[in-house]
Design a binder for this molecule. Structure first.
Ligand code: NAP
Length: 305
């Protein structure tokens, strides 16, 4: 079984299926994973013109299914990895597997503000591709929080809809790759707001986003910036709650791969963003998925030897 249907999970499924292991992919709540929320993927090899993120994932699933992988829309609620076969609780039902690939990915990190939580879906969002075209954002000033590639990508995408995009970053230098940073700098509709953090999303009383309260981290000055939407793009947290105390992980919750794609439990393998806070690319996740399936195949062969 493979938990997760992003680049890592579906590549593991492709390799496992071709090895006649009849893999079952448990998709999670976001089939296709985070890449389905991206617009154009320009750095996946083999697509010189770029490829739509959703389309890339649909193609990966089709390719895995062609060799016999099954993909089930399902959520894993609990795991028992103490004995073999491993037992998973999937949508209330117990299912067993001899080998497991964990490719559960990562979710969007939140600012951690009460006002952010209260105004989620009322102007606070974590995905410009999903929500950017909504009428409430059209021709209005918008704000993106973050300084990495995701924030730049969101800001660039939102220039299609908003009257102006404020890019709020806690430092005065972007973390993003040079090509993305350059695109942001040269776009007249994007205005960087440096050295600033959001301390409150306004306005909980009106039950919609009207602006953000900002604090300049260098001067301590507080200002209010008017905007109709807040797009938070400050990185990710691994989806590994299920494995706390079960698989070895670092203090941030990333599963620690051992000897390639193995984990602290024999027969459980790991791939993709749930185990990678360094590269976090579609292609590296796919590569790790391949490695996890190869390891699983060898492990299962050793059981039968
Ligand atoms: P990231 O590179 O970790 O950047 C997160 C950004 O959010 C950083 O600028 C960080 O500030 C800021 N941040 C983190 N916590 C914050 C907080 N609590 N409050 C305010 N700001 C906060 O994450 P990412 O942009 O999602 O990218 C993840 C990976 O995916 C990267 O490897 C990236 O290259 C890749 N990616 C690539 C593309 C592309 O190639 N087109 C697109 C999207 C993502 P600091 O800089 O001060 O740490």
């Amino acid at each position: 079984m493979i938990i997760g249907s992003g680049c890592a999970g579906l590549t593991a499924a492709l390799y496992a299926a071709r090895a006649n292991l009849s893999p079952l992919v448990l998709s999670g709540l976001m089939p296709g994973g985070l890449l389905t929320t991206t617009s154009t993927v320009e750095n996946y090899p083999g697509f010189p013109e770029g490829v739509d993120g959703y389309e890339l994932m649909a193609r990966m699933q089709k390719q895995a299914e062609r060799f016999g992988a099954r993909v089930q829309f399902a959520t894993v609620e609990a795991v028992d990895l103490a004995r073999r076969p491993f037992a998973l609780t999937v949508d209330g039902e117990r299912v067993e597997t001899e080998a497991l690939v964990v490719a559960s990915g990562a979710g969007h990190r939140q600012l951690g503000l009460e006002s952010e939580r209260r105004l989620e879906k009322k102007g606070v969002t974590y995905c410009a591709t999903c929500d950017g075209a909504l009428p409430m954002f059209r021709n209005k000033p918008l704000a993106v929080v973050g300084g990495g590639d995701s924030a730049c990508e969101e800001a660039l995408y939102l220039t299609r809809f908003g009257s102006m995009v404020h890019l709020i970053h806690r430092r005065d230098q972007l973390r993003a790759s040079r090509i993305m940073a350059e695109r942001v700098r040269s776009n007249p509709k994007i205005r960087p707001v440096w050295d600033s953090v959001v301390t409150e999303v306004l306005d909980v009383k009106q039950d919609k986003v009207t602006g953000v309260r900002l604090k300049n981290v260098k001067t301590g000055a507080e200002t209010v910036l008017d905007c109709a939407g807040v797009f938070v793009a400050i990185g990710h947290t691994p989806n590994t709650e299920l494995f706390k105390g079960v698989l070895a992980m670092d203090e941030q919750g990333y599963i620690l791969p051992q000897r390639g794609a193995q984990t602290s439990v024999a027969g459980v393998f790991v791939a993709g963003d749930c185990a990678d806070h360094i590269y976090r690319q579609a292609i590296t996740a796919a590569g790790m998925g391949c490695a996890a399936a190869v390891e699983a195949e060898r492990y299962l062969a050793s059981l039968n030897a």
